[in-house]
Design a protein around this ligand. Sequence first.
Ligand code: ARG
Length: 246
Amino acid sequence: MKKSIALLLALLLMTAVLAGCGGNSGKLTMATNAAFEPYEYYENEKIVGIDAEIAEKIADKLGLELEIRDMEFNSILGAVQTGTVDMGMAGMTVDEERLKSVNFSDTYANGIQVIIVREDSDIKSADDLKDKQIGVQDATTGDVFATDDFGDDHVKRYSKGSDAVLALKNGTIDAVIIDNEPAKAFVRANEGLKIVETEYANEEYAIAVSKDNDELLEKINKALKELKEDGTIQEIIDKYIPPEGK
Ligand code: ARG
């Protein structure tokens, strides 16, 4: 009798510990916007990419099962803030405005905002963007920069980067401001486009976590540190961005 009570108590304790771990029921839920190759995109109905793989490794270290939830980019921070998901990972840049609503982990990658134009375009730098129509993915840092520098009237917001790129091809807009690696993927996949050589802004990517979940933030940072130190993160990045192609 005593034994079974002890067993029951142990079981109860274990469930409590597990439940309190990542959030709910042994899962680590991650919000992303999977239209952002090579960080997150679909390959045969599965979300793959640098973020997806790093998240998988973090979940492993936390003893949790990763569950990725694909949503609009502009919904990610809200989902993190309200605790609908445990974290947001979407090639997301650390910035002051976002830090007001969420915490960010240590950074795990760098990004650069670049300008995509049509091959025959006369746009040679950001200075040439005045009076032009610029396409961006809604609520991204590209959106923020374009709006700050050229004014709302010159910015067209799309729910996906690929929609902005399509509008650029069609001639609806004159340029797209977006992160460099997705930009390369878009230019590869679409004829007649090129990337303007100026680097518009340098950024750092990190994982967004609710301000109410410092415990998870610490665990993520510890996992990231280990994954950096043993070379795993570099390996994953190099798999999707071959070093010579950088
Ligand atoms: N780095 C940019 C930002 O944080 C763009 C990120 C877009 N990510 C995505 N998965 N669509 O605003």
